[in-house]
Design a protein around this ligand. Structure first.
Ligand SMILES: C[S@@+](CC[C@H](N)C(=O)[O-])C[C@H]1O[C@@H](n2cnc3c(N)ncnc32)[C@H](O)[C@@H]1O
Length: 392
């Protein structure tokens, strides 16, 4: 196992990959999916037309095609990964649509200094809670014009929890002397049956395995909503999310000046639904903040323990030396806590815990899991913010 501190980019560049290509075999369906996402975020197609739009970290550029065909005034893309840049150029060459031609800035966000503000700023599936990344979240928010919108992704710990466990299983079955292709092949065999349970998946298993299970930076993508709220500042007001978990029954006539409190209202809905991020297949009634903060706290501890184990494994320690006992204890506690909601959680987590506790674990054990196989969180949550204007 190797560990990179340079984030996704160093890893992508090392292997010449951009593992974020989507299924474009039915372009209409692809645009429907993008449109559904942005509708949930409060951005119908007209919100892009005639606007100044920026997408940072567009990866393959597949998602930006939807923005381009909405005909913004201009569309800036900031992408530093050579493999991603190649995909973007090929994508725009292949699809000859009526659109605004994007301007591609082949650089990092750290190096990008725009000359004017944007109406819409988008950055999906990239930034986590590492200190440098939090600075970049702040930087993105400064690009938004007053009254404009910023779209980004967060990763709540409860939604991340199932894949934290998969990442540990992956770390356990791959060995340092395997090459990249061998790791990919092995992990696709292990997790392919898990991924096949997901109906709406639009990424290949190879890309998923490379982006999540082999990517040494993957555990750093955790990004709870409270961290983002601190970073973007009170001027950025939550507008929407996908999935949509916010309800707001306040009378709009009571909402002026300091009474706005959109972020507070949104955040309390987020907390009371945080158990609903654990399994994308189900929706349960809201719970009290105290109960859900407890689950979030345990998932947070699990994340810390997994990072610690990963560090030990990278330093060449064996699985036993990396001391899985803390992880195992937390998995048990989370299973016990979630049992109150549904027994299926505890069946799945008990199976995962047993796999991590076993003396040996191999591809077949993982591939044949009966309960944990279909447990995937609502791991990536999209959120939109509006930049509040100064009072008149
Ligand atoms: C997981 S991919 C997400 C791609 C795309 N947004 C999506 O949702 O499919 C992360 C993206 O961040 C880009 N990236 C990494 N470091 C970056 C940086 N310093 N500045 C801008 N983009 C960066 C990567 O090259 C990659 O395209």
């Amino acid at each position: 196992m190797s560990r990179s501190d340079g984030g996704h980019l160093d890893y992508y560049k090392e292997f010449g990959i951009s593992p974020v290509r989507y299924d474009l075999s039915d372009l209409g369906a692809h645009f429907d999916r993008r449109s559904s996402l942005y509708n949930q975020l409060g951005l119908p197609e007209i919100a892009f037309r005639g606007c100044r739009v920026l997408e940072v970290a567009p990866g393959s550029g597949h998602n930006s095609l939807y923005l381009a065909q909405s005909c913004p005034t201009f569309l800036d893309l900031v992408e530093p990964n050579p493999a991603g840049i190649k995909d973007i150029l090929e994508t725009y060459k292949k699809y000859n649509l009526q659109r605004t031609e994007p301007v591609l800035h082949k650089k990092k966000l750290q190096e990008f200094e725009p000359t004017s503000l944007y109406d819409v700023v988008i950055c999906e599936n990239w930034l986590g809670a590492l200190p440098e990344e939090r600075q970049l979240i702040k930087k993105l928010a400064t690009f938004v014009t007053p009254g404009g919108v910023m779209v980004m992704t967060i990763v709540p710990l409860s939604g991340f929890m199932p894949n934290i466990l998969r990442k540990l299983m992956a770390n356990r079955i791959i060995s340092g002397d395997m090459n990249f292709e061998a790791k990919t092949e092995l992990l696709v065999r292990a997790f392919g049956p898990h991924l096949s349970t997901i109906k709406g998946m639009t990424r290949s298993h190879v890309d998923w395995v490379r982006d999540c299970m082999i990517n040494p930076h993957y555990l750093n993508v955790a990004l709870p909503l409270d961290v983002v709220l601190k970073d973007v500042g009170a001027k950025m007001e939550l507008l929407g999310s996908s999935p949509s978990f916010n309800t707001d029954w306040r009378w709009f006539k009571s909402l002026s000046g300091d009474a706005w409190k959109f972020n507070e209202n949104f955040y309390s809905n987020y907390v009371s639904h945080s158990h609903n991020f654990v399994d994308y297949r189900y929706l349960y009634p809201a719970r009290t903040a105290t109960k859900n903060e407890h689950i979030d706290g345990l998932c947070n501890q699990l994340h810390d323990a997994a990072l610690k184990m990963e560090r030990h494994l990278c330093e060449g320690h064996s699985w036993a030396q990396a001391n899985p006992s803390q992880v195992l204890k937390l998995v048990e506690e989370i299973a016990k806590e979630l049992l109150e909601i549904s027994p299926h959680f505890s069946d799945a987590l008990t199976e995962a815990g047993e796999a991590l506790a076993a003396d040996s674990l191999d591809v077949t054990n993982i591939a044949n899991q009966k309960y944990f196989n279909a447990l995937f969180g609502r791991e990536t949550v999209y959120v939109s913010f509006t930049r509040r204007k100064d009072p008149v």
